[in-house]
Design a protein around this ligand. Structure first.
Ligand SMILES: *Cc1c(COP(=O)(O)O)cnc(C)c1O
Length: 421
Protein backbone atom coordinates (compact mmCIF):
# COMPACT_ATOMS: atom_id res chain seq x y z
CA UNK A 1 0.00 0.00 0.00
CA UNK A 2 1.19 3.50 -0.72
CA UNK A 3 -0.15 7.03 -0.61
CA UNK A 4 -0.29 7.84 -4.34
CA UNK A 5 -3.94 7.92 -5.29
CA UNK A 6 -6.31 9.92 -7.48
CA UNK A 7 -8.25 12.64 -5.69
CA UNK A 8 -10.62 14.86 -7.63
CA UNK A 9 -9.34 13.44 -10.91
CA UNK A 10 -5.64 14.16 -10.21
CA UNK A 11 -2.95 11.77 -8.99
CA UNK A 12 -1.78 12.97 -5.58
CA UNK A 13 1.11 12.21 -3.26
CA UNK A 14 -0.72 12.06 0.06
CA UNK A 15 -2.84 15.24 -0.22
CA UNK A 16 -0.61 17.12 -2.66
CA UNK A 17 -1.66 17.05 -6.33
CA UNK A 18 1.30 16.11 -8.51
CA UNK A 19 0.26 18.93 -10.85
CA UNK A 20 1.21 21.37 -8.10
CA UNK A 21 4.68 19.86 -7.66
CA UNK A 22 5.23 19.87 -11.43
CA UNK A 23 4.23 23.54 -11.61
CA UNK A 24 6.46 24.61 -8.73
CA UNK A 25 9.52 22.36 -9.15
CA UNK A 26 9.36 21.34 -12.81
CA UNK A 27 9.85 17.87 -14.25
CA UNK A 28 11.35 15.32 -14.15
CA UNK A 29 11.23 15.05 -10.36
CA UNK A 30 11.14 12.27 -7.78
CA UNK A 31 8.34 12.56 -5.23
CA UNK A 32 8.35 10.60 -1.95
CA UNK A 33 5.59 10.10 0.59
CA UNK A 34 6.60 10.40 4.25
CA UNK A 35 3.50 8.50 5.39
CA UNK A 36 4.41 5.54 3.18
CA UNK A 37 7.98 5.47 4.51
CA UNK A 38 6.72 5.49 8.09
CA UNK A 39 4.16 2.82 7.38
CA UNK A 40 6.66 0.46 5.74
CA UNK A 41 9.24 0.91 8.49
CA UNK A 42 6.51 0.15 11.06
CA UNK A 43 5.62 -3.08 9.28
CA UNK A 44 9.18 -4.40 9.63
CA UNK A 45 9.39 -3.35 13.24
CA UNK A 46 6.10 -5.13 13.89
CA UNK A 47 7.33 -8.24 12.06
CA UNK A 48 10.19 -8.53 14.57
CA UNK A 49 8.43 -7.37 17.72
CA UNK A 50 8.84 -10.87 19.19
CA UNK A 51 12.55 -10.25 19.78
CA UNK A 52 15.35 -7.72 20.30
CA UNK A 53 15.99 -6.26 16.88
CA UNK A 54 17.26 -3.37 14.81
CA UNK A 55 15.82 -2.51 11.39
CA UNK A 56 18.80 -1.09 9.46
CA UNK A 57 17.61 0.82 6.41
CA UNK A 58 19.77 -0.02 3.36
CA UNK A 59 21.03 3.46 2.54
CA UNK A 60 21.97 2.55 -1.02
CA UNK A 61 18.26 2.26 -1.94
CA UNK A 62 17.67 5.95 -1.23
CA UNK A 63 20.27 8.06 0.48
CA UNK A 64 18.66 11.50 0.55
CA UNK A 65 19.42 13.10 3.93
CA UNK A 66 15.75 13.92 4.53
CA UNK A 67 14.76 10.29 3.96
CA UNK A 68 17.54 9.10 6.28
CA UNK A 69 16.55 11.65 8.94
CA UNK A 70 12.92 10.52 8.79
CA UNK A 71 13.98 6.88 9.16
CA UNK A 72 16.56 7.62 11.85
CA UNK A 73 14.02 9.57 13.91
CA UNK A 74 11.77 6.48 13.86
CA UNK A 75 14.64 4.55 15.46
CA UNK A 76 16.02 2.91 12.34
CA UNK A 77 19.61 1.82 12.07
CA UNK A 78 21.44 2.14 8.76
CA UNK A 79 23.23 -0.33 6.52
CA UNK A 80 25.94 1.55 4.61
CA UNK A 81 28.25 0.32 1.86
CA UNK A 82 30.69 3.23 1.52
CA UNK A 83 32.33 6.00 3.47
CA UNK A 84 30.05 8.42 1.66
CA UNK A 85 26.95 6.58 2.86
CA UNK A 86 28.40 6.44 6.37
CA UNK A 87 28.82 10.22 6.26
CA UNK A 88 25.24 10.62 5.05
CA UNK A 89 23.86 8.47 7.89
CA UNK A 90 25.81 10.49 10.46
CA UNK A 91 24.80 13.81 8.86
CA UNK A 92 21.17 12.68 9.15
CA UNK A 93 21.69 12.30 12.90
CA UNK A 94 22.00 8.52 13.13
CA UNK A 95 24.45 7.52 15.88
CA UNK A 96 27.36 5.24 15.00
CA UNK A 97 26.10 2.44 17.21
CA UNK A 98 23.14 2.05 14.88
CA UNK A 99 25.23 1.83 11.69
CA UNK A 100 26.42 -1.43 10.12
CA UNK A 101 29.02 -1.30 7.38
CA UNK A 102 28.63 -3.80 4.51
CA UNK A 103 30.36 -4.18 1.15
CA UNK A 104 33.09 -6.26 -0.48
CA UNK A 105 35.62 -3.49 -0.98
CA UNK A 106 35.90 -1.36 2.15
CA UNK A 107 39.09 0.67 2.00
CA UNK A 108 41.32 1.30 5.00
CA UNK A 109 40.26 4.96 4.89
CA UNK A 110 36.60 3.96 5.08
CA UNK A 111 37.22 1.54 7.95
CA UNK A 112 39.13 4.24 9.81
CA UNK A 113 36.31 6.73 9.27
CA UNK A 114 33.83 4.27 10.83
CA UNK A 115 36.10 3.27 13.73
CA UNK A 116 36.71 6.93 14.57
CA UNK A 117 33.10 7.99 14.12
CA UNK A 118 31.52 5.01 15.84
CA UNK A 119 30.15 1.81 14.36
CA UNK A 120 27.82 -0.97 15.43
CA UNK A 121 29.53 -3.64 13.36
CA UNK A 122 31.45 -4.33 10.19
CA UNK A 123 29.99 -7.02 7.99
CA UNK A 124 33.27 -8.51 6.78
CA UNK A 125 33.25 -10.20 3.40
CA UNK A 126 36.73 -11.70 2.99
CA UNK A 127 39.85 -12.80 4.84
CA UNK A 128 42.04 -10.01 3.45
CA UNK A 129 39.45 -7.52 4.71
CA UNK A 130 39.47 -9.19 8.12
CA UNK A 131 43.25 -8.84 8.37
CA UNK A 132 43.25 -5.25 7.16
CA UNK A 133 40.56 -4.32 9.69
CA UNK A 134 42.35 -6.06 12.54
CA UNK A 135 45.62 -4.36 11.75
CA UNK A 136 43.98 -0.95 11.54
CA UNK A 137 41.91 -1.35 14.72
CA UNK A 138 44.92 -2.66 16.61
CA UNK A 139 47.01 0.31 15.49
CA UNK A 140 44.28 2.62 16.76
CA UNK A 141 44.10 0.77 20.10
CA UNK A 142 40.50 -0.40 19.58
CA UNK A 143 38.74 -3.59 18.60
CA UNK A 144 36.34 -3.70 15.66
CA UNK A 145 32.99 -5.46 16.20
CA UNK A 146 32.53 -7.89 13.33
CA UNK A 147 29.93 -10.14 11.76
CA UNK A 148 31.20 -12.28 8.92
CA UNK A 149 29.08 -12.36 5.80
CA UNK A 150 28.40 -15.93 4.88
CA UNK A 151 27.48 -16.95 1.37
CA UNK A 152 24.99 -19.77 1.94
CA UNK A 153 24.95 -20.92 -1.71
CA UNK A 154 21.21 -20.70 -2.22
CA UNK A 155 19.40 -19.60 -5.35
CA UNK A 156 17.51 -16.41 -4.55
CA UNK A 157 15.42 -16.84 -7.73
CA UNK A 158 15.72 -13.18 -8.60
CA UNK A 159 17.30 -11.18 -11.44
CA UNK A 160 20.88 -12.37 -12.02
CA UNK A 161 22.31 -8.88 -11.48
CA UNK A 162 20.87 -8.66 -7.96
CA UNK A 163 21.35 -12.24 -6.75
CA UNK A 164 24.18 -12.35 -4.21
CA UNK A 165 23.89 -15.63 -2.33
CA UNK A 166 25.15 -18.19 -4.85
CA UNK A 167 28.68 -19.51 -4.55
CA UNK A 168 29.62 -17.95 -7.90
CA UNK A 169 28.75 -14.41 -6.66
CA UNK A 170 31.50 -12.16 -5.30
CA UNK A 171 29.81 -11.73 -1.91
CA UNK A 172 30.71 -13.21 1.47
CA UNK A 173 32.66 -16.25 2.57
CA UNK A 174 31.58 -19.74 1.43
CA UNK A 175 29.65 -21.41 4.22
CA UNK A 176 31.93 -24.46 4.02
CA UNK A 177 34.87 -22.26 5.11
CA UNK A 178 33.00 -20.34 7.79
CA UNK A 179 34.28 -22.16 10.88
CA UNK A 180 37.87 -21.79 9.76
CA UNK A 181 37.45 -18.06 9.13
CA UNK A 182 35.73 -17.50 12.49
CA UNK A 183 38.62 -19.29 14.20
CA UNK A 184 41.02 -16.99 12.39
CA UNK A 185 38.95 -13.92 13.33
CA UNK A 186 38.97 -14.95 16.99
CA UNK A 187 42.76 -15.09 16.93
CA UNK A 188 43.19 -11.56 15.58
CA UNK A 189 43.95 -8.78 18.08
CA UNK A 190 41.80 -6.03 16.52
CA UNK A 191 38.66 -8.08 15.97
CA UNK A 192 35.75 -8.85 18.24
CA UNK A 193 33.36 -11.36 16.69
CA UNK A 194 29.74 -10.53 17.49
CA UNK A 195 27.61 -12.20 14.87
CA UNK A 196 26.83 -13.77 11.55
CA UNK A 197 25.64 -11.88 8.46
CA UNK A 198 23.90 -12.88 5.24
CA UNK A 199 22.30 -11.05 2.32
CA UNK A 200 21.21 -13.31 -0.51
CA UNK A 201 19.84 -10.84 -3.04
CA UNK A 202 17.26 -8.23 -3.84
CA UNK A 203 13.64 -8.21 -5.06
CA UNK A 204 12.95 -11.72 -3.72
CA UNK A 205 9.30 -12.54 -4.23
CA UNK A 206 9.37 -15.98 -2.61
CA UNK A 207 10.19 -16.76 1.02
CA UNK A 208 11.69 -20.18 0.29
CA UNK A 209 15.26 -18.94 -0.48
CA UNK A 210 15.22 -16.96 2.80
CA UNK A 211 14.06 -20.06 4.67
CA UNK A 212 16.86 -22.15 3.12
CA UNK A 213 19.53 -19.56 3.84
CA UNK A 214 18.41 -18.87 7.42
CA UNK A 215 18.18 -22.58 8.18
CA UNK A 216 21.82 -22.88 7.11
CA UNK A 217 22.60 -19.87 9.28
CA UNK A 218 21.03 -21.52 12.34
CA UNK A 219 23.12 -24.65 11.82
CA UNK A 220 26.24 -22.54 11.48
CA UNK A 221 25.51 -20.59 14.68
CA UNK A 222 25.23 -23.85 16.64
CA UNK A 223 28.54 -25.05 15.19
CA UNK A 224 30.26 -21.74 15.93
CA UNK A 225 29.01 -21.74 19.50
CA UNK A 226 30.30 -25.28 19.92
CA UNK A 227 33.65 -23.93 18.69
CA UNK A 228 33.56 -21.37 21.50
CA UNK A 229 32.40 -18.21 19.69
CA UNK A 230 29.88 -15.98 21.45
CA UNK A 231 27.41 -15.28 18.65
CA UNK A 232 24.89 -12.74 19.92
CA UNK A 233 23.73 -10.99 16.77
CA UNK A 234 22.34 -12.16 13.45
CA UNK A 235 22.12 -9.90 10.43
CA UNK A 236 19.59 -11.37 8.01
CA UNK A 237 20.25 -8.87 5.19
CA UNK A 238 17.57 -7.24 3.08
CA UNK A 239 15.98 -8.26 -0.17
CA UNK A 240 12.26 -8.66 0.39
CA UNK A 241 10.62 -7.73 -2.92
CA UNK A 242 7.82 -5.31 -3.73
CA UNK A 243 4.96 -5.39 -6.24
CA UNK A 244 6.14 -3.47 -9.32
CA UNK A 245 2.90 -4.21 -11.13
CA UNK A 246 -0.39 -3.27 -9.59
CA UNK A 247 -2.27 -6.06 -11.33
CA UNK A 248 0.03 -8.79 -10.12
CA UNK A 249 -0.05 -11.10 -7.13
CA UNK A 250 1.80 -9.38 -4.31
CA UNK A 251 5.09 -10.66 -2.84
CA UNK A 252 5.12 -11.87 0.77
CA UNK A 253 4.46 -9.35 3.52
CA UNK A 254 7.02 -8.25 6.13
CA UNK A 255 5.02 -10.08 8.80
CA UNK A 256 5.37 -13.35 6.86
CA UNK A 257 9.08 -12.69 6.37
CA UNK A 258 9.41 -12.06 10.13
CA UNK A 259 7.77 -15.41 10.76
CA UNK A 260 10.39 -17.17 8.59
CA UNK A 261 13.10 -15.53 10.69
CA UNK A 262 11.37 -16.67 13.86
CA UNK A 263 10.91 -20.23 12.55
CA UNK A 264 14.54 -20.60 11.52
CA UNK A 265 16.69 -18.66 14.01
CA UNK A 266 14.15 -17.56 16.64
CA UNK A 267 15.30 -20.08 19.25
CA UNK A 268 18.95 -18.97 19.24
CA UNK A 269 18.46 -16.02 21.58
CA UNK A 270 20.25 -13.61 19.24
CA UNK A 271 19.46 -10.00 18.55
CA UNK A 272 18.12 -9.78 14.99
CA UNK A 273 19.16 -7.19 12.42
CA UNK A 274 17.53 -6.81 9.03
CA UNK A 275 18.56 -4.52 6.19
CA UNK A 276 15.51 -3.74 4.04
CA UNK A 277 15.89 -1.03 1.41
CA UNK A 278 13.57 -1.50 -1.54
CA UNK A 279 10.65 -2.71 0.57
CA UNK A 280 10.66 0.45 2.67
CA UNK A 281 11.24 3.09 0.02
CA UNK A 282 10.37 1.52 -3.37
CA UNK A 283 6.65 2.13 -3.32
CA UNK A 284 7.10 5.32 -1.32
CA UNK A 285 8.27 7.18 -4.43
CA UNK A 286 7.28 8.02 -7.97
CA UNK A 287 9.10 9.70 -10.82
CA UNK A 288 6.99 12.50 -12.25
CA UNK A 289 7.61 13.41 -15.87
CA UNK A 290 6.04 15.47 -18.69
CA UNK A 291 5.28 14.44 -22.22
CA UNK A 292 7.50 16.37 -24.65
CA UNK A 293 6.19 14.92 -27.90
CA UNK A 294 3.80 12.27 -29.10
CA UNK A 295 5.50 10.88 -32.18
CA UNK A 296 3.82 8.62 -34.67
CA UNK A 297 6.22 5.98 -35.87
CA UNK A 298 5.78 3.13 -38.31
CA UNK A 299 3.35 0.76 -36.69
CA UNK A 300 3.92 2.26 -33.26
CA UNK A 301 3.54 5.52 -31.40
CA UNK A 302 6.19 6.93 -29.13
CA UNK A 303 5.57 8.90 -26.01
CA UNK A 304 8.72 10.98 -25.58
CA UNK A 305 8.92 12.12 -21.96
CA UNK A 306 11.36 14.45 -20.20
CA UNK A 307 12.66 11.72 -17.87
CA UNK A 308 15.34 9.48 -19.26
CA UNK A 309 17.55 6.50 -18.47
CA UNK A 310 19.95 8.79 -16.61
CA UNK A 311 17.15 9.68 -14.18
CA UNK A 312 15.74 6.15 -13.73
CA UNK A 313 18.24 3.53 -14.78
CA UNK A 314 16.45 0.34 -13.71
CA UNK A 315 14.59 -0.34 -16.98
CA UNK A 316 17.77 0.08 -19.07
CA UNK A 317 19.98 -1.83 -16.61
CA UNK A 318 17.76 -4.71 -15.52
CA UNK A 319 14.85 -4.59 -17.96
CA UNK A 320 12.83 -3.54 -14.93
CA UNK A 321 9.15 -2.67 -15.12
CA UNK A 322 7.56 0.43 -13.59
CA UNK A 323 3.84 1.00 -13.97
CA UNK A 324 3.30 4.23 -15.92
CA UNK A 325 0.12 6.15 -15.16
CA UNK A 326 -1.34 9.46 -16.34
CA UNK A 327 -1.60 12.15 -13.66
CA UNK A 328 -5.04 13.24 -14.94
CA UNK A 329 -7.32 10.38 -14.04
CA UNK A 330 -8.82 8.86 -17.19
CA UNK A 331 -12.62 8.83 -17.11
CA UNK A 332 -14.11 5.35 -16.95
CA UNK A 333 -14.38 3.89 -20.44
CA UNK A 334 -11.63 6.11 -21.90
CA UNK A 335 -10.03 4.42 -24.87
CA UNK A 336 -6.40 3.39 -24.49
CA UNK A 337 -3.72 2.76 -27.10
CA UNK A 338 -0.23 1.28 -27.01
CA UNK A 339 2.76 3.60 -26.65
CA UNK A 340 6.46 3.01 -26.46
CA UNK A 341 7.48 5.29 -23.60
CA UNK A 342 10.98 6.65 -24.21
CA UNK A 343 13.31 9.36 -22.93
CA UNK A 344 15.32 11.93 -24.91
CA UNK A 345 18.76 10.35 -24.39
CA UNK A 346 20.66 9.22 -27.47
CA UNK A 347 20.59 5.49 -26.71
CA UNK A 348 18.05 2.92 -27.82
CA UNK A 349 18.32 1.58 -24.26
CA UNK A 350 16.55 4.77 -23.19
CA UNK A 351 13.21 2.99 -23.49
CA UNK A 352 11.12 2.66 -20.35
CA UNK A 353 8.41 0.44 -21.72
CA UNK A 354 7.05 -0.87 -24.99
CA UNK A 355 3.38 -1.13 -25.86
CA UNK A 356 2.12 0.52 -22.67
CA UNK A 357 -1.65 1.01 -22.81
CA UNK A 358 -2.37 4.67 -22.10
CA UNK A 359 -5.16 7.10 -22.96
CA UNK A 360 -4.51 9.74 -25.62
CA UNK A 361 -1.92 12.15 -24.27
CA UNK A 362 -0.57 15.44 -25.57
CA UNK A 363 2.61 17.46 -25.13
CA UNK A 364 2.72 18.92 -21.61
CA UNK A 365 0.63 16.17 -20.01
CA UNK A 366 2.07 14.59 -16.89
CA UNK A 367 2.70 10.90 -16.32
CA UNK A 368 4.17 9.11 -13.31
CA UNK A 369 6.43 6.08 -13.03
CA UNK A 370 5.29 4.22 -9.95
CA UNK A 371 7.48 2.29 -7.47
CA UNK A 372 10.49 4.49 -8.20
CA UNK A 373 11.57 5.37 -4.66
CA UNK A 374 14.29 2.71 -4.42
CA UNK A 375 17.35 2.54 -6.70
CA UNK A 376 15.95 5.53 -8.59
CA UNK A 377 17.46 8.89 -7.64
CA UNK A 378 20.52 7.18 -6.16
CA UNK A 379 21.45 5.71 -9.54
CA UNK A 380 20.78 8.90 -11.49
CA UNK A 381 23.57 10.54 -13.44
CA UNK A 382 24.08 13.63 -15.56
CA UNK A 383 24.56 11.70 -18.79
CA UNK A 384 23.84 13.94 -21.79
CA UNK A 385 24.48 16.87 -19.39
CA UNK A 386 20.98 16.52 -18.07
CA UNK A 387 20.91 18.13 -14.59
CA UNK A 388 20.61 15.61 -11.78
CA UNK A 389 16.92 14.92 -11.17
CA UNK A 390 15.58 16.72 -8.06
CA UNK A 391 13.72 15.13 -5.15
CA UNK A 392 10.65 16.22 -3.21
CA UNK A 393 9.26 14.90 0.08
CA UNK A 394 5.53 15.16 0.75
CA UNK A 395 3.87 15.05 4.13
CA UNK A 396 0.09 15.43 4.35
CA UNK A 397 -0.78 18.53 2.31
CA UNK A 398 2.69 20.08 2.09
CA UNK A 399 5.98 19.31 0.42
CA UNK A 400 9.61 20.34 0.41
CA UNK A 401 12.34 20.12 -2.19
CA UNK A 402 14.88 17.83 -0.51
CA UNK A 403 17.39 18.01 -3.35
CA UNK A 404 17.27 20.89 -5.78
CA UNK A 405 17.83 20.56 -9.49
CA UNK A 406 21.30 21.88 -10.28
CA UNK A 407 21.62 24.56 -12.92
CA UNK A 408 23.60 23.84 -16.06
CA UNK A 409 25.99 26.57 -14.93
CA UNK A 410 26.70 24.62 -11.73
CA UNK A 411 27.40 21.53 -13.78
CA UNK A 412 29.79 23.38 -16.08
CA UNK A 413 31.57 24.97 -13.12
CA UNK A 414 32.59 21.55 -11.85
CA UNK A 415 34.84 21.07 -14.86
CA UNK A 416 38.21 22.74 -15.17
CA UNK A 417 40.00 23.61 -18.37
CA UNK A 418 43.78 23.37 -17.73
CA UNK A 419 45.73 26.58 -18.25
CA UNK A 420 47.98 24.87 -20.79
CA UNK A 421 45.12 24.20 -23.18
C1 LIG B 1 21.45 -3.93 -1.32
C2 LIG B 1 21.61 -4.49 0.03
C3 LIG B 1 20.54 -4.50 0.93
C4 LIG B 1 19.16 -3.99 0.57
O1 LIG B 1 18.51 -4.78 -0.36
P1 LIG B 1 16.98 -4.48 -0.70
O2 LIG B 1 16.64 -5.44 -1.76
O3 LIG B 1 16.88 -3.07 -1.14
O4 LIG B 1 16.19 -4.74 0.55
C5 LIG B 1 20.76 -4.98 2.20
N1 LIG B 1 21.98 -5.46 2.59
C6 LIG B 1 23.03 -5.48 1.73
C7 LIG B 1 24.32 -6.00 2.21
C8 LIG B 1 22.88 -5.00 0.44
O5 LIG B 1 23.93 -5.01 -0.40
Amino acid sequence: MDHFNYQGGVLCAEDVPLTRIAAEVGTPVYVYSAATLRRHFGLFRQALDWTDHLVCFAVKANSNLAVLKLMGDLGAGMDVVSGGEYARARAAGVPGDRIVFSGVGKTVAEMRQALEGGIRQFNVESEPELHALSQLADSMGVTAPVAIRINPDVDAKTHEKIATGKSENKFGIPIARARQVYAEAASLPGISVVGVDMHIGSQLTDLEPFRQAYTKMAGLVRALRADGHAITRLDMGGGLGIPYRRDNSAPPLPIEYGQVIRDTVGDLGCEIEIEPGRNIVGNAGILLTSVIYVKEGEGRNFLIVDAAMNDLLRPAMYGAHHDIVPVREPLPGTEVQPFDVVGPVCETGDTFQKGTQLPALAAGDLVAFRSAGAYGAVMASEYNTRPLVPEVLVQDDHFAVIRARPTVEEILNRDTIPEWL
